[in-house]
Design a protein around this ligand. Structure first.
Ligand code: UGA
Length: 436
């Protein structure tokens, strides 16, 4: 099939490249010509393990065309995916849909044959109806169908999530015609076990937000229980195991940590509550999840201050600063909330980050970036394990550092407290007895 992805951000690029890897001809369109020329040279603007190789392989095979010429790409395609960003608007809650509607207008001018117009961007319910209205201004209704096909790719795991999804959601108000085309497109993935689910278009739009809000709720639930465990001498991992083995609950997304972050959960939970309020519905549970998650950085900071006792001029080294492992993404990372609070208390911040220096931290005077774990550990009074990169999981801290007074606060529970018994290094973690 000939497919077009408008927007070569995270969603558009990953999905476009992987559809080309399945043998389709894919036009990846972006109005950022610098990005397009870099992609043509095999330079991938985002960090995603395995993606660069796939870009090069499929570009060299002629299955991907990187272009800024939207008109030509749309005209030559049977299916056009809208995959532009929907960041939080100025009101701080709702999704900004300008990009989506602008693309819909451009597509509208280029409908030279029947096409499926598919929204992959995360959009609130009702957006497909608006896209349809835009297309109807210039085109007859038999020239297109507007479909919702939300993505469920996790950063750092996107290739696997694309190839082996739990489900593929198709939202359409014209299910007969649309679902056979979409089913044919996804056939290689369906064959491997991905469930193909067809629902009304608005339902598909809501499924995306409901999934992210539910996962955010699960994480927040376990984070709050971790607080209780710390005060009652219980290990949160026992709770995650004990409840997660109930198939009705499920074991995934029950890892306590420093608060959820990233470009999706914080944005999508807020946009969902905003959408609900437009329909006069209060999503009290999601609202309190947002509040609980936002206040978690205060809680973590107060624990750090407790460990330090006298924070002024204490050296704090972060192992990892991105919002999770296997990504270079700093968006809504908990480190960005904790670090300024510690600086205010007079702490001296440094970090080692597997994906290199983070520009956003350069604005804080005195924040140091170390290029290896050893130097950071020898320099720091307190090491904070902030992200769960594999390279942080089996460090022999005693061997690594001569720093006998080192303290460690493990925000991802990568180590067992027993391993530090009778050692000079003091170890603290999340959701386990926390004594200072
Ligand atoms: C999330 C969803 O998992 C994807 O299905 C979805 O497609 C994507 O958002 C999106 O809407 O585009 P992502 O933001 O890449 O993916 O990251 P996750 O792996 O879901 O992690 C989100 C946050 O939750 C991270 O800060 C992570 O550290 C935290 N988390 C996750 C926990 O604290 N505990 C857990 O058990 C799991």
């Amino acid at each position: 099939m000939n497919i077009c992805f408008v927007g070569t951000g995270y969603v558009g690029l990953v999905s476009g490249v992987l559809f080309s890897d399945l043998g389709n001809t894919v036009y990846c369109v972006d109005n950022n010509s610098e990005k397009i020329s870099k992609l043509k040279q095999g330079i991938v603007p985002i960090y995603e393990p395995g993606l660069e190789e796939l870009v090069k392989k499929n570009y060299n095979a002629g299955r991907i065309i990187f272009t800024s010429n939207l008109s030509e790409a749309v005209r030559k395609s049977d299916i056009v995916f809208i995959a532009v960003g929907t960041p939080t608007s100025k009101d701080g809650l709702s999704a900004d849909l300008h990009g989506v509607y602008e693309v819909a207008k451009s597509i509208s001018n280029n409908l030279n044959s029947y096409k499926l117009i598919v929204t992959k961007s995360t959009v609130p319910l009702g957006t497909g109806d608006e896209v349809e209205k835009i297309l109807l201004r210039k085109n007859k209704s038999n020239m297109f169908d507007v479909v919702s096909n939300p993505e469920f790719l996790r950063e750092g795991e996107a290739i696997r999530d694309f190839k082996y999804p739990d489900r593929i959601i198709i939202g359409t108000n014209n299910s007969k015609k649309v679902s056979s085309v979409m089913e044919a497109l996804y056939q290689p993935i369906i064959k491997k076990g991905g469930k193909f689910i067809v629902v009304q278009r608005r339902a598909a739009e809501l499924i995306k937000y409901a999934s992210n809000a539910f996962l955010a709720t699960k994480i927040t639930f376990i984070n709050e229980l971790a607080n209780l465990c710390e005060k009652t001498g219980i290990n949160i991992e026992d709770i995650s195991l004990g409840i997660g083995t109930d198939a009705r609950i499920g074991s995934r997304f029950l890892r306590a940590g420093p608060a959820y972050g990233g470009s999706c959960f914080p944005k999508d939970t807020k946009a969902l509550t905003k959408t609900a309020s437009k329909f006069d519905v209060s999503l009290n549970l999601v609202n309190s999840v947002i509040k609980s998650n936002e206040s978690r950085s205060d809680l973590i900071t107060s624990k750090i201050l407790k460990i330090l006792k006298k924070p002024k001029n204490k050296k704090i080294g972060f192992l990892g600063v991105t919002f999770k492992a296997n990504t270079d993404d700093m968006r809504d990372s908990s480190s960005l909330k904790i670090i300024p609070k510690l600086i205010k208390k007079g702490c001296l911040i440094s970090y080692y980050e597997p994906t290199g220096n983070k520009k956003i931290l350069d604005k804080y005077k005195g924040v140091k970036n170390f290029s290896n774990i050893k130097d950071l550990a020898n320099y720091s009074d307190l090491l904070i394990i902030h992200t769960e990169w594999d390279e942080f999981k089996s460090i022999n801290f005693e061997k690594l550092t001569q720093n006998k007074k080192l303290q460690i606060f493990d925000l991802r529970n990568l180590y067992q407290p027993d391993a530090f018994l009778n050692k000079k290094i003091k170890y603290y973690s999340i959701g386990r007895p926390f004594n200072v």
